[in-house]
Design a protein around this ligand. Sequence first.
Ligand code: SAH
Ligand code: SF4
Ligand code: F3S
Length: 464
Amino acid sequence: MATATISSEQAPPKISKGRGSYWIKTFGCQMNKADSERMAGILEKMGYISAAEELTADLVIYNTCTIRDNAEQKVYSYLGRQALRKRKSPHIKIVVAGCVAQQEGESLLRRVPELDLVMGPQHANRLETLLDQVDNGQQVVATDESNILEDITTARRDSKYCAWVNIIYGCNERCTYCVVPSVRGREQSRYPKAIKEEIANLAERNYKEITLLGQNIDAYGRDLIDTNEINPKSTNLSKLLTYIHDIEGIERIRFATSHPRYFTDQLIETCANLPKVCEHFHIPFQSGNNDILKKMARGYTIEKYKKIIDKIKSLMPNASISADAIVAFPGETNEQFHNTLEIIKEIEFDQVNTAAYSPRPNTPAASWANQIPEEIKVSRLREINHLVEKVAKKRNQRYLNNLEEVLIEGVNPKDQTQLYGRTRTNRLAFLPLHTSRGISLKPGELVNININQVRAFSLIGKVD
Ligand code: SAH
Ligand code: SF4
Ligand code: F3S
């Protein structure tokens, strides 16, 4: 996967309130990261404190991902280590949360009998109740489809300035390769009022940037029709963006992930008109070939996709565009693979997250006979990644000598003399701790930096 990220796993431990220490390890997408932050909030409210390390914690939670087989396999080696530890220290609790938990359910207990709790993503907000059952001596499996509880105030967030805000859970699509609908359940939108309250609360606590989250964010509001919160008849993402836009203190609004099938002109116009909405769009296209798109059941053509991008570029010429793409989907010919490469060259993406197709349990494409051999997967992945990097580097040249607004997020963990942050277009950017005039800069500040160096996936600049 071609990507550049900075991540902080956990903050330093605090003084114990006597409940023991916890460690959460998160795999997978932003949805899982947001769930982990809410679970950490619940644990701290219960009196748990953050552990110094994974192998000393009294309670460990693996918040898992099953999008591809290698993501799923990772967790088993972690569980093996914890199971060994539990044999020596029976008081420790081991929890598997997230998408592998949902997919495997009870069978995880057979595989790792030391587990205390297996809980699907829809149960993240019920962690306290579930742990109470564990404390009563039960081994608990919580994977039934449930209405997600509204519980927003207690998240313990990794960042002090940028926050994820779930607006819709689940996915009602049926892309033939994808495990998400079966592990995340049906779409459930949160009420606009609850979302606005959460964001207002974040603004009061000095957060500057929010990212609205959903697996298919364009579906937002569909299931709320006929509720009488706001917009009694219906709501959608464009209306929500307008509704939350003027919350004082919030400077930047982002959203992910967009689906080309439902991405509307109205949304593009709304983004162009609302100054806080950042000029960055993450719109996975998955394949550059219409026959493959049809077999994936994506519900759009590559021509429709290009039209969306054209419209974005016509209204926001500096917008950055990122996407996801899958290579070696069952039956993909060399020519069809090249259609995907061509679209990357044509659109000149700022970033493309790539993956070789991985057959997933209970998905249609996994049982098709025309699977692509491993060595072709590897070579196509290598080729596409090479192209993505080349295109990104070329595309990044447009930043050179530009003035770009950066929200400073922290000190670069790999170089303590630098701060890092992101541009409005979501490019990672590095800058010195001080301005050219010697004024020190702090995380949480929005500054304009002169870009003087450009890499494939990051920028370097300074404040004059
Ligand atoms: N909801 C988003 C993304 C879902 S998962 C969307 O509709 O695009 C994130 C990415 O993982 C997908 O965009 C896809 O590129 C990739 N992915 C999903 N299932 C996969 C599979 N079985 N094999 C390889 N990549 C997969
Ligand atoms: Fe998976 Fe498709 Fe839903 Fe995205 S839209 S989560 S790829 S089923
Ligand atoms: Fe993985 Fe679940 Fe997200 S499968 S990508 S953590 S929705």
